[in-house]
Write a protein that binds this ligand. Structure first.
Ligand SMILES: [Ca+2]
Ligand SMILES: [Ca+2]
Length: 333
């Protein structure tokens, strides 16, 4: 009896000790955090504000970004010199020029596919004279789609034309305005194909997903390279059309590890204690396996990124209740 009692006392004291340690370290962390919030640290924000990050709304973060740029400190997560600032980017619709082409269409009697005939006039090369622009957009598998500017014709290879083309200014620093041909893609993966007329040639420049953001200065961020569902958002790579080619540059995203973000909506969460060696061994795409999350704070413990294809979608996270696991989202087909 006495033996059991002694054991019980030992057990209780052990539990008490652990509790005290937890309480003590918890307080300490909180205190450090408060201090960090008050001081302007000279080091990048790697260890600070992990809780408060997610509390800020996007607009206050942007405001902070602006302020930090003016006060010349490097206290903000996305404020690395030479890297584009996310708040300089907006949806591509903001850069589409308000010009309406004349569009007519015809339904093919055999297969009900639609052929679009498009005409317009616009000064594409900035010489003060409008060019005559024509396009014929045929359905997938049919030859004969083309884009023509002042008699110069290039063939178009479209999966599923939306029947629309636009004038867009991808870079305000030059005198050109580009033509964006809207292709809905083979399976709902819409893109813009950009073409430029420089006065003598009509050239295809590059294509980008319709959901990409752009800064109007030649830079783009693909929607696959941005954490669209996180608050605050961050990105893994940006692209730039420069000197005749489109180049993608990766960004160092290790600075976001250890930080807390908010997300909500449909997501996959696969519980596991340790970060996986190979994320893709654990990935399931069963639509039903997704869960609908209310606004949830997650701590990023690891991010899987392929430097050759920096899709930002694979996260090892800690949930508010301490459960760890792989978090990812449904992305295009
Ligand atoms: Ca012109
Ligand atoms: Ca331009």
């Amino acid at each position: 009896m006495a033996e059991k009692r002694r054991k019980d006392i030992k057990l209780i004291s052990a539990i008490l000790c652990i509790l005290l340690i937890f309480l003590f370290t918890g307080c300490k962390n909180k205190k450090t955090e408060e201090l960090n919030n008050r001081q302007v640290s000279p080091t990048p924000a790697a260890e600070q504000n992990s809780e408060t990050m997610a509390d800020k709304t996007e607009s206050t973060l942007q405001k902070d970004d602006l302020e930090s740029r003016h006060t010349d400190n490097n206290n903000d997560i996305s404020d690395f010199t030479g890297e584009p600032q996310l708040e300089d980017f907006t949806v591509m619709d903001d850069h589409i020029i308000d010009y309406k082409f004349e569009i007519s269409y015809e339904e093919n009697a055999d297969d009900y596919e639609i052929t679009y005939t498009i005409h317009g006039e616009y000064d594409l090369n900035g010489d003060g004279n409008s060019e005559s622009i024509d396009a014929l957009l045929k359905a997938y598998g049919e030859d004969g789609s083309y884009l023509k500017v002042d008699g110069i014709e290039v063939p178009l290879y479209l999966s599923n034309p939306a029947g629309e083309i636009y004038i867009i200014d991808i870079d305000g620093k030059d005198k050109y305005k580009e033509i964006a041909v809207y292709d809905l893609g083979p399976s709902a993966d819409p893109v813009f194909d950009f073409y430029r007329y420089d006065g003598s040639e009509l050239a295809y420049l590059f294509s980008i997903d319709r959901g990409a953001l752009m800064d109007g200065q030649g830079k783009f961020i693909s929607s696959f390279h941005i954490t669209i569902r996180f608050n605050p958002k961050f990105y893994s790579a940006w692209g730039e059309y420069k000197d005749g080619k489109y180049t993608i540059t990766n960004k160092d995203i290790s600075q976001y590890i250890g930080k807390t973000f908010e997300f909500d909506g449909m997501a996959y969460f696969v519980p596991m204690d340790e970060k996986p060696e190979n994320y893709f061994e654990h990935v399931i795409w069963d639509y039903e396996a997704q869960k609908d999350f209310e606004t949830t704070k997650i701590k990023l413990l690891d991010i899987h990124i392929d430097k050759d294809d920096p899709i930002l979608n694979w996260f090892f996270v800690e949930m508010p209740d301490g459960e760890k696991g792989l978090l990812y989202f449904w992305i295009g087909d």
